[in-house]
Design a protein around this ligand. Sequence first.
Ligand SMILES: NC(=O)c1ccc[n+]([C@@H]2O[C@H](COP(=O)([O-])OP(=O)(O)OC[C@H]3O[C@@H](n4cnc5c(N)ncnc54)[C@H](OP(=O)(O)O)[C@@H]3O)[C@@H](O)[C@H]2O)c1
Length: 246
Amino acid sequence: MNRHVVITGASSGIGAACAHAFAKAGDRLSLGARREERLAGVVATAFHHPLDVTAARSVERFLAAAIERHGPIDILVNNAGLARGVEKIAEGTGEAWREMIETNVLGLLEVTRRVLPHMVQNKNGHVVVIGSIAGHKAYVGGGVYCASKRALQPICEAIRMETLGTGIRVTSVDPGLCETEFSVVRFRGDEERATKVYQDTRALRAEDVADCVLFAVDRPAHVNLDTIVVMPTDQASPQMVHRGGR
Ligand SMILES: NC(=O)c1ccc[n+]([C@@H]2O[C@H](COP(=O)([O-])OP(=O)(O)OC[C@H]3O[C@@H](n4cnc5c(N)ncnc54)[C@H](OP(=O)(O)O)[C@@H]3O)[C@@H](O)[C@H]2O)c1
């Protein structure tokens, strides 16, 4: 399609799967994340540049490099995000809370606020936000992660209102259980504990979520998909997952 697609957090999981899907569709990619060596291996031909969404200077440099390479941004996929720990509120730490809020909310804002003026000027653009079912329903040990994802809903709503009439689209793709490095990060590298999250159930694959993103951006220009909530068939809520066979 030859659209310029910027993906944050493209070094693994859903971001990397989106990169593959857009590359297959013939789009021009600008991929960002902190682990540059991982980014380089995602789509060999794609432009990639280090990005830490929590550092304003890094965001500025990343976007400047992306625009210099591929010109105006047609699609922004705000995917970079993480959860840290499963501590209850009374047992939580400011460090983990800050990391989640700074990455998932402030980082997303830092990127989006710099991209939107270009989109408004060009009267073209699609902002995709990777939210979560955690933003729809809280769960024990997920309070702050859930809050960080819930916060994306009014942000998306406000952008739709603020850009009304410019042709800009805003879509939130909100997945449930998806097998990526998400749980390894959440459990600070404890692979064994992370594996248990996906044990005996059929979680989403990152490609399933990328499919939803591609579906949303491929609708005709006059159609804006507001929110796509996508869960595995074996999941009914954040903490209700069927395990074992049928
Ligand atoms: N997996 C799930 O079950 C699930 C469900 C609902 C929603 N989500 C959401 O999906 C998104 C992608 O997560 P995933 O499941 O694909 O997990 P993942 O495999 O751990 O990928 C997370 C990505 O975010 C990047 N990232 C984290 N902090 C960053 C920062 N400060 N600056 C730039 N990039 C950063 C990571 O790259 P670097 O470490 O290289 O920077 C990585 O590429 C997240 O927003 C997550 O909240 C996941």
